[in-house]
Design a protein around this ligand. Structure first.
Ligand code: KIV
Length: 272
């Protein structure tokens, strides 16, 4: 295990590339607001993803499809204000890039101009390569995302592990190489067999970040609200909960309610 890059003052896409070369694992978490982003950055996280999972955990939607470009820009700009060191990547939301590379470029430019983020991420392989190339030609770093791509949930019909069968696995490997050759600086692999993820990571030069893709990739990402135990109803095998914040916050709120009702709060010292 190597930990040499913890002291870099600013994480860039080049730093991530060097981390892969020197076999230092990349840590990545999602964030959607200033306060959480500040905590993550202070703790030394390498990458913050302003994921379209904001649609689920911030807005309460059932999927990532409803979130808009305006809403993603609001979240991303808030995150960027809280960050000094981490690389900030923003998801292009559903409907702002698929099938139209001109629209993809204009969505990516809005994100970069209006948020101050450092890169964008988009889901899909061959079908989004043209958009990726166009965005890259404007000097905007692009991260790919393959495997279980939540924006395609209605095509998949279920959130089960992807690419278990040979045809889908072969297509995923081809797509990964297409994205690398197009110039993407990194790739997220979501919920695929660990062996396949290891094979992709080994055959690509760019860093591969896994979520439910095993340990033999170049880094890991989790949704912040899941790993902190704020969400409760979501328990896939790959999710490690580092806290039970739902219960902790509930306990604090219950104590506050009790104090207000019983005139315990505010006390003599807590008033003017
Ligand atoms: O939106 C998101 O949070 C993501 C991660 C799950 C990779 O894309």
């Amino acid at each position: 295990m190597s930990i040499h890059y913890q002291n870099v003052r600013k994480v860039t896409t080049h730093v991530l590339q060097e981390m892969k070369i020197h076999e230092e694992k990349i840590s990545m978490l999602t964030a959607y607001d200033y306060s959480m982003a500040r905590i993550l950055d202070n703790a030394g996280i390498d990458v913050i993803l302003v994921g379209d999972s904001a649609s689920n955990v911030m807005a309460g939607h059932e999927s990532t499809l409803p979130i808009t470009l305006e809403e993603m820009i609001y979240h991303a700009a808030s995150v960027v204000r809280g960050v000094k060191r981490a690389l900030v990547i923003v998801d292009l939301p559903f409907g702002t890039y698929q099938g139209n590379s001109k629209m993809a470029l204009s969505s990516a430019i809005r994100i970069m101009k209006e948020t101050g983020a450092h890169a964008i991420k988009m889901e899909g392989g061959e079908e989004v390569v043209e958009s990726a190339v166009r965005i890259l030609s404007a000097g905007i770093p692009v991260m790919g995302h393959l495997g279980l791509t939540p924006q395609s949930i209605h095509k998949f019909g279920t959130y089960v592990v992807r690419a278990k069968e040979e045809v889908e696995a072969t297509k995923l490997v081809e797509d990964a190489h297409l994205l690398e050759n197009a110039g993407c600086f990194g790739l997220v692999l979501e919920k695929i067999p660990a062996k396949l993820a290891a094979q992709v990571s080994e055959s690509l030069k760019i860093p591969v970040i896994g979520i439910g893709a095993g340990s033999k990739v170049d880094g890991q990402v989790l949704v912040l609200h899941d790993m902190l135990g704020i969400t409760q109803e979501f328990s896939p095998r790959f999710l490690r909960r580092y806290h039970n914040l739902f219960e902790e916050i509930k306990g604090a709120v219950k104590a506050y309610i009790q104090d207000v009702k019983t005139l315990e709060f505010p006390n003599e010292k807590e008033q003017y």
